[in-house]
Write a protein that binds this ligand. Structure first.
Ligand SMILES: Cc1cc2nc3c(=O)[nH]c(=O)nc-3n(C[C@H](O)[C@H](O)[C@H](O)COP(=O)(O)OP(=O)(O)OC[C@H]3O[C@@H](n4cnc5c(N)ncnc54)[C@H](O)[C@@H]3O)c2cc1C
Length: 571
């Protein structure tokens, strides 16, 4: 087993991980020794796919305000966001936009030369700062470029983390499978940041890259930490049929319409004021209702759809502001959005829940922080507003980076390597998992899991179907004990890493379904047909899920309300 030691390890090189690495480097003046671990090449993290924009208040003189951004976020969250967290977020995000400006993001500009902002769902002011529709790509480039000014970090690309190594209630480091070298590794550190992204691949119809499988959440859950609010899974209203590729909310921000098969702009019935720019939970439910009531089009494999119509926007606007959307439509479907309508339907897109963390991004373990989509800082509550996620990654990348730099100044001790646990983990991966020889195919189990989640934990849910989903996950877990991985080699064994991912996904699916079953109300993205109303009396609280030997243990903790008492949510 190869062992390496750093001051701090960052698991994940997306926006959150890179932003934290830059902050730690700046604060320590390049002294802190950082290891950045990523299961893909560092710049292939899903963050490069972010399209539409990053939210921040940049125009107080034109009528926007921090208070308005906070209110939009709290209302969007269906009052499940912690309001002190929201305040901190809206105050910090404008500075992140300015930092990225200095670090080289080519923000789209207005005629007067100032940063352009477009309207986004649920925001009452245009707040999405963008670089055309390739925002994440440019943000990642700028962050990595900035990090390259320092020499204090080492990259571990294509290095698959399998578990948190624990010693005396602290994190001693990470265990990992180095794909290129074919070795098992212990990466030791005094402090750790998990910034390992979301879990969109729990679903079959998703906007997410194949690699987004919730590994960080699953290993924290196995290590005894809680998952918070996992039932709140966001469905984005415009996933391209049949691939699921995201048609950014920027399409509607630029003025795009949603139409049913009668050509009607149906959002007028559901959100007469905000129309297509209502929050995502509401637009996704409206589309699903249109489809269920027969006003959609039949699609391949049951993927019935409605239309996203950009044809009235004109070629110039589409080419300038939505070039990627046009390219994707032409390459994947052979249609040109300048003249043709785009087939879309709700698609699994974002996990509001994650590893429980406090306002500083610190977990319940003293030397472990979490940031980005893997974390739940309770910013988004039951429904995230578009363009608030990349902003969250930047803000909490910065906050956790700062906290970790401060912690390192206290000169904490390096925990000893937990030798027995390490041998056990190595034998779980290279012994048990790789050597199992049963009749089951792990890829088939993964696919069945995705189909099951699409069916049982979609836009609309009910108790009976959630219960059936849980039972099916239980069966898949049993079957997973009987898999065979046919490739037995150690170098670049992607069959092995995909099996490890699937095992993680099974745990997370179980937690999501159990939390959804327990929440007998409808709030934000969690919409129960058998409990159609929000129930503040019983459920104005964050779900906290712990792993046990049997069923997940579910508890609730209060929402922090500082400014706004919950009221009915209308758009
Ligand atoms: C198509 C698309 C478009 C989007 N557009 C927008 C937008 O316009 N605006 C917005 O605000 N939000 C948008 N989002 C959401 C937002 O982009 C993501 O929530 C955010 O980028 C997540 O960043 P992250 O840093 O948390 O993780 P990611 O960027 O997902 O990075 C995760 C990192 O963790 C690493 N990792 C994971 N597991 C392991 C493991 N086992 N071992 C080692 N490394 C591991 C990965 O290699 C990767 O480096 C979009 C999302 C998608 C999918």
């Amino acid at each position: 087993m190869r062992k390496v030691v750093h001051d701090v390890l960052i698991m994940g090189s997306g926006l959150a991980g890179l932003r934290a690495a830059v902050e730690i480097s700046m604060r320590s003046r390049g002294a802190a020794n950082i290891g950045i671990v990523s299961k893909v090449q560092i710049m292939r993290s899903h963050s490069v796919c972010a399209e539409g924009g990053t939210g921040a208040v940049m125009r107080p003189e034109e009528g926007d305000s921090l208070e308005l951004h906070a209110w939009d976020t709290v209302k969007g969250s269906d009052f499940l966001a912690d309001q002190d967290v929201v305040d901190r977020f809206v105050q910090a995000s404008p500075n992140e936009i300015r930092l990225l400006e200095h670090w080289g993001v080519p923000w789209s500009r207005r005629e007067d030369g100032r940063i352009m902002q477009r309207p986004f769902g649920g925001h009452s002011f245009p707040r999405a700062c963008m670089a055309a529709d390739k925002t994440g790509f440019f943000e990642m480039q700028a962050l990595y470029d900035t990090l390259l000014k320092y020499t204090n970090f080492k990259r571990y690309d294509e290095c698959f983390v399998t578990s948190l190594a624990l010693e005396g209630g602290r994190v001693a480091g990470l265990t990992a499978y180095d794909l290129g070298g074919g070795e098992f590794m212990l990466l030791q550190a005094k402090a750790l940041l998990i910034a390992s992204g979301g879990l969109g691949n729990l679903y079959g119809f998703t906007t997410y890259s194949q690699t987004v499988t919730g590994d960080g959440q699953a290993m924290a859950y196995r290590a005894g930490l809680a998952l918070e609010d996992p039932e709140f899974l966001q469905f984005h209203p415009t996933g391209l049929v049949p691939s699921g590729i995201l048609m950014t909310e920027g399409c509607r921000g630029e003025g795009g319409y949603l139409r049913n098969r009668d050509g009607e702009r149906f959002m007028g019935k559901y959100a007469p004021k905000m129309m297509e720019l209502a929050p995502r939970d509401i637009v996704s439910r409206s589309e699903t209702t249109e489809i269920l009531e027969g006003r959609g089009y039949p699609g391949p494999g049951g993927l019935d759809y409605v239309h996203l119509d950009l044809t009235h926007l004109g070629a110039e606007r589409i080419n300038k502001r939505l070039p990627l959307i046009r390219e994707v439509c032409m390459n994947f479907l052979g249609i040109d959005p300048i003249t043709q309508k785009i087939p879309i339907r709700p698609v699994a897109h974002y996990s509001m829940g994650g590893i429980e963390a406090d306002i500083d991004g610190r977990s319940k373990m003293e030397n472990l922080w979490v940031a980005g989509e893997a974390a739940c800082h309770s910013l988004h509550g039951a429904n995230r507003l578009g363009c608030n996620s990349t902003a969250e990654c930047l803000v909490w990348g910065g906050i956790t980076g700062g906290e970790i730099a401060r912690y390192l100044q206290l000169d904490p001790a390096l925990s000893a390597a937990p030798e027995a646990a390490l041998r056990e983990e190595e034998s779980r991966v290279f012994g048990d998992m790789l050597q199992r020889s049963g009749p089951e195919n792990p890829a088939k189990i993964r696919r069945e899991l995705q189909v099951l989640m699409d069916q049982h934990a979609g836009v609309y849910r009910d108790g009976e179907s959630l219960q059936q989903g849980l039972q099916k996950v239980g069966e898949l877990k049993q079957r997973f004990g009987q898999i065979t991985i046919h490739d037995k080699s150690r170098v670049y064994n992607t069959d092995l890493t995909q099996a490890l991912e699937t095992e993680n996904m099974l745990d997370l699916a179980e937690a999501l379904l159990a939390a959804a079953l327990a929440r007998k109300e409808s709030r934000g993205a969690h919409s129960r047909l058998d409990f159609p109303k929000r129930d503040d009396g019983h459920f104005l609280g964050h779900t906290i899920v712990h792993r046990t030997g049997s069923a997940p243990k579910i508890e609730y903790k209060p929402v922090r309300i500082t400014n706004w008492e919950p009221v009915e949510r209308k758009y």
